[in-house]
Design a protein around this ligand. Sequence first.
Ligand code: ZN
Length: 215
Amino acid sequence: MQEKMQNCEKEKLVALTFDDGPSNITEQVLDILKQYGIVGSFFLIGQNITPDSRHILERQLAQGCEICNHSFTHNDMSKMSSEMIRDEIKRTSDLIRDTAGIEPKLFRPPYIALSDTMYDNIDLPFICGEDSRDWDDEISVQGRIDRVLQKAKDGSLILMHDKTDNLKTLEALPTIIEGLRERGFTFVTASQIFARKGIDPHVRHRLWSNVFQTN
Ligand SMILES: [Zn+2]
């Protein structure tokens, strides 16, 4: 029993998170996760959820992955009024609920652009993450791998993108997963990482990149 508890305390957890889907590469990301028998969290753009992408959300849930909210239009929300902000969140959460039958529990701000009005009007915890910079096509496959492997620590949320045509991330992903495995990490969803570490993500004005961050 004691041994089990010690193992639990030492458990090194990491959450792979993917923004901007569903897209034309999301199913390939899911193929890779399935191949390694691991899960990830997908922060969806509401306007990308269509009848044609419904099967992708179903597959994400069937594989044990998490679906989260990444706004409806992916515009900079720091410039928006309370009403616009609420509309971005509600439309996306409604679509996810209607399409996949689950309630998104986490939010990632587009461009990590923030305002007090956003914190006042969005009830979901705000997630950032250790940035692989894979939104920048100039960053090579190896550059993406190196960034993730250097930045990952116990409790890290890793920020990547399953955005349209992001082929370098598809290429980097197997090496990233193998590298994290070699370093002893277990892969969980973003919500699971908070739950397994016993941390409540609902902290006002907190932008999470690692569940142990103190700023
Ligand atoms: Zn995004």
